[in-house]
Design a protein around this ligand. Structure first.
Ligand SMILES: *Cc1c(COP(=O)(O)O)cnc(C)c1O
Length: 388
């Protein structure tokens, strides 16, 4: 039996617990009645090298706000890769817009040929660095420049990651982060939007529910920018609480060490999984400095064999996400299952996702855990392949 609970997060540092307790004693939980959320924004701007940052109540909210503050209007189209998490197409629909789905490659990055082919169908490209896979940013930004696309990056799994030395989240007009429990910083629920664009920042701050307290922000543009937007920007009340910000703040200095532990596990898992017959692990571009908070692999097997394979792994205590499941389950879904979309056909990506397995890598996962996981995977795969 596998003896690590892959859903077990790291504990909240003592400094976060202490500040949370004193915040509760003071009652100053609302972000405009204290400064923890403001400090988190300043820290994020610094961490990502961005001019402005806005803390909100979820990663999905940070994407929604980026879209509308970048100018997405009801009825607009937004390009989106077909390998992503449900809140990403959800944010586009929330903005009243419609995704134009783009293929991903078997290495789980954007298929730049398909992006180029569809680039004239939208003004916006929501680039989701799903499961931490960063696409070829040089090529993507060249396509964006050629077709005048506004790029927004979903960095839920790339906080601290770079491509060719540049921080993910700083290529497009805005970068969006999640502070939900399964991400690199955990305060239960939360999100952060970063941008260098003054108008986008001011609009997002007012939309997020600043009331007329936006001057209270520090990682914000000058007040005159808000004058342009204050009367014409509705309040959608998507604020982060000071309590959540206080829990996230002292985790920032721990990010690098957490990433090191996860990457050690990732590299070990990747080497061992690649050594198994009929298992493919996506290749990673040497320019990508990623955070290995999960690993993806593709066993060659039939649908019914994969069904039994995931069941055997789960029975051995190793839950795997499988993107090819008949019905959406847990966190994994694929475009064909987003029935709320009219256009969701993406046959090449569906073929790739049909065999895609996902294994979460919490920072607590040791090399011994990795070996145990690969042994379970190998045993299960061998067993199901022996069947006709
Ligand atoms: C977690 C996640 C989000 C945002 O999720 P929330 O639950 O809304 O914070 C967005 N994109 C990806 C790829 C994610 O993994």
């Amino acid at each position: 039996m596998f003896d690590l609970d892959l859903t077990q997060p790291e504990p909240i540092p003592a400094a976060g617990i202490d500040e949370a307790v004193s915040l509760m004693q003071s009652g100053r939980l609302f972000r405009y009645n204290g400064d923890a959320a403001v400090r988190l924004e300043v820290a994020f701007a610094e961490l990502t090298g961005s001019k402005h940052a806005l803390a909100v109540n979820s990663g999905g909210s940070s994407i929604f706000l980026s879209l509308i503050a970048a100018g997405v209007q009801p009825g607009d189209t937004v390009l989106l890769g077909g390998f992503t998490l449900a809140p990403v197409p959800g944010a586009i629909v929330h903005a009243g817009a419609r995704p134009i789905l783009v293929d991903v490659t078997e290495d789980l990055v954007i298929d730049t040929d398909d992006l180029r082919a569809k680039a004239d169908q939208a003004r916006f490209f929501l680039l989701s660095h799903m499961r931490g896979h960063i696409s070829n940013m040089a090529e993507i930004m060249a396509i964006a420049a050629e077709f005048d696309l506004i790029v927004i990056e979903d960095c839920a799994h790339t906080l601290g990651a770079t491509w060719d030395g540049k921080a993910s989240g700083t290529f497009g007009i805005a970068g969006c982060y999640s502070l939900q429990t399964y991400k690199h910083l955990n305060c239960g629920e939360g999100g952060v939007l970063v941008t260098d664009d003054a108008d986008l920042a001011a609009r997002a701050i007012i939309h997020s529910g600043s009331y007329m307290h936006y001057q209270h922000h520090q990682a914000r543009p000058p007040l005159e920018v808000f004058e342009r937007w204050r009367a014409i920007t509705p309040n959608y009340s998507m604020r982060l609480t000071n309590l959540a910000a206080a829990l996230a703040l002292p985790q920032i200095p721990l990010l690098a060490e957490r990433a090191e532990r996860m990457n050690r596990a990732y590299n070990h898992l990747a080497t061992r999984l690649r050594s198994l017959a009929g298992v493919r692990v996506p290749k990673r571009d040497p320019r990508e400095a990623f955070i290995g908070s999960s690993i993806q692999f593709f066993p060659t097997a039939s649908r019914s064999q994969l069904q039994e394979f995931t069941q055997r792994c789960a029975d051995a205590g190793l839950p795997l996400g499988w993107f090819g499941r008949e019905r959406m389950e847990g966190f994994t879904s694929r475009p064909a299952q987003w029935d709320y979309l009219q256009e969701r056909e993406l046959p090449e990506t569906e073929d790739i996702l049909a065999n895609l397995m996902d294994l979460r890598i919490p920072p607590a996962m040791t090399i011994d855990h990795c070996d145990a996981a690969v042994d379970i995977i190998n045993t299960a795969l061998t067993a199901v392949r022996e069947r006709p």
